[in-house]
Design a protein. Structure first.
Length: 252
């Protein structure tokens, strides 16, 4: 895990909670203890969380609301009910905000982190070295191999990528789901021991709630890789290589 991956995970952390018991958060916290830059970022994050909590604590339901409703004379009930109903709804809304707002922020953070975590993990696979499950220059053999092992095999490639030289494939795991990794060659000389320099990852779109909408492409730099994410049909795609965005565009 690197500092950027740790930041993505620590966005979900809330001070003085049970979050530290989560294995991924615990690993990120350990890295923050060793990395001064990450430690400063984490301290700012915790301070922001505490400020947000303090703001929520300042919102109080109207005092004595329940007693006021009960003590009203029955003759005045109808008129008072209209006014107090508004106050009661407001009090309930405030209470719900205090309880649910942190959960909402956490949920939004989890959704945003989902795609980033997946992207970072797949980039790490490409950069840290991997063994191809099948080495072949046959696109049909790659699809057949993936289909036999219930990994995504009915992917649709952009026309320029269809023309790229295939080197083989592998199957990666993401939270219990299979991710197809198709390896290509750009045609540039490869470093000794490396078999490919262009990687496509394909996963079922349903595995990430914040997948890019159809027709949208998200470009991002992850370590040394320029990567692009997009959705087509029921599949989520991630293509990466060590180049700039303009070079990556040639394969789309």
């Amino acid at each position: 895990m690197n500092a950027e991956e740790a930041k993505t995970i620590l966005l979900l952390y809330r001070p003085n909670s049970a979050d530290a018991g989560d294995p991924q958060i615990a690993e990120a916290l350990a890295l923050a203890n060793r990395d001064p830059g990450l430690a400063r970022w984490f301290a700012d994050h915790c301070a922001w969380q505490e400020t947000l909590r303090a703001k929520f604590r300042q919102i109080n339901a109207p005092a004595g609301l329940k007693e006021q409703i009960i003590s009203e004379r029955s003759a005045q009930e109808r008129n008072i009910f209209r006014r107090q109903n508004v106050m009661f709804v407001a009090a309930v809304a405030v209470a719900a905000l205090v309880v649910l707002a942190p959960l909402w922020f956490q949920h939004r953070g989890q959704e945003a982190a989902g795609l980033a975590n997946w992207r970072n993990r797949m980039a790490g696979v490409a950069l840290r070295g991997y063994g191809m499950d099948l080495a072949t220059n046959s696109p049909l053999a790659v699809r057949a191999y993936l289909a036999q092992r219930q990994a995504p095999a009915d992917y649709v490639l952009p026309m320029p990528l269809e023309k790229a030289a295939v080197a083989g494939c592998a199957i990666q795991d993401w939270q219990g789901s299979k991710v197809s990794m198709i390896c290509f060659r750009t045609g540039k000389p490869l470093p000794p021991g490396e078999q490919s320099d262009l990687w496509l990852f394909v996963m079922d779109r349903s595995q990430l709630k914040n997948a890019p909408p159809v027709g949208s492409r998200q470009f991002v730099q992850v370590s040394r890789l320029q990567m692009v994410t997009w959705t087509e049909g029921d599949k989520l795609y991630l293509l990466g290589t060590e180049a700039d965005e303009q070079t990556l565009q040639r394969y789309l």
